[in-house]
Design a protein around this ligand. Structure first.
Ligand SMILES: NC(=O)c1ccc[n+]([C@@H]2O[C@H](COP(=O)([O-])OP(=O)(O)OC[C@H]3O[C@@H](n4cnc5c(N)ncnc54)[C@H](OP(=O)(O)O)[C@@H]3O)[C@@H](O)[C@H]2O)c1
Length: 215
């Protein structure tokens, strides 16, 4: 299964600010392109932190897009995936309430999911790694997983070398607040000074610079 990371950052590498309001980084043109990419993927993954902070719906927006997905051999709705070790998720989250596609929640063994287990498929594992998420989803026949964040999840996928492509969109402003979440946290990365990623494409979408990298 191909793993694609999609992330938008500020010029200084932040993916949000530290306020309770969601920081808008994408231009309308970039956002349209992200929605298009979502439509080409079997599943989309964000961590429970992002569910709690942004409460994203992560759904396919139109019947036209659903039809296109079916023509391309995908489920009409994108499959939503999240993970938690604390079980701190609530049934009111848009992750659970919006969209007709399957919702999969990876949890570590012993976590109480009784408040949401009628709304999603719970996959309980002794310990959750990017590798065992990818294995589990590959076994279901998924060909493409889009991972959108946040910092914790992006760090885990890069640290485990479980990334095939990176779509990095940079907004033309600074956040300048070290309390805000960065693209990644401290870790050892397969892409480092001795092993550079391959720059595949550079585009301008509105005022965003969008780079695509491969391994
Ligand atoms: N700009 C962008 O493109 C973009 C995209 C998405 C998100 N974001 C931003 O990212 C920020 C959130 O990032 P974040 O790092 O706080 O949260 P996150 O990466 O979305 O989620 C982290 C959470 O996922 C769960 N988790 C992570 N690894 C796990 C493991 N191995 N086993 C079990 N559970 C695991 C834990 O949930 P529990 O705490 O429940 O155990 C952990 O707290 C938000 O500010 C959001 O706006 C930005």
């Amino acid at each position: 299964m191909e793993v694609i990371i999609s992330v938008a950052t500020s010029l200084d590498g932040y993916i949000d600010d530290s306020t309770t309001q969601r920081l808008k980084l994408s231009s309308p043109e970039d956002w349209d392109d992200v929605l298009k990419l979502r439509c080409e993927c079997d599943a989309i993954l964000v961590g429970a932190g992002t569910l709690r902070i942004d409460n994203p719906s992560l759904v396919v927006k139109s019947d036209e897009e659903r039809l296109k997905r079916v023509k391309n051999g995908l489920d009409s709705d994108i499959i939503k995936v999240s993970l938690t070790a604390s079980g701190c998720v609530s049934r009111e989250m848009r992750f659970f309430t919006e969209g007709n596609g399957t919702k999969i929640l990876f949890v570590t063994d012993g976590v109480d999911t009784s408040s949401v287990d009628d709304l999603c498929e719970v996959v309980s594992l002794k310990s959750i790694t990017a590798e065992n998420i990818v294995n589990e989803l590959s076994n279901r026949g998924f060909k493409r997983l889009l991972v959108e964040g946040g910092s914790n999840i992006l760090t885990m996928f890069f640290n485990e070398n479980m990334v095939d492509k990176l779509r990095l969109a940079i907004a033309p402003f600074f956040v300048g607040d070290s309390k805000a979440p960065r693209f990644v946290q401290d870790a050892i990365f397969f892409a480092n000074k001795d092993n550079r990623m391959k720059l595949i494409n550079v585009r301008q979408l509105g005022d965003m610079a969008v780079m695509e990298y491969g391994r």
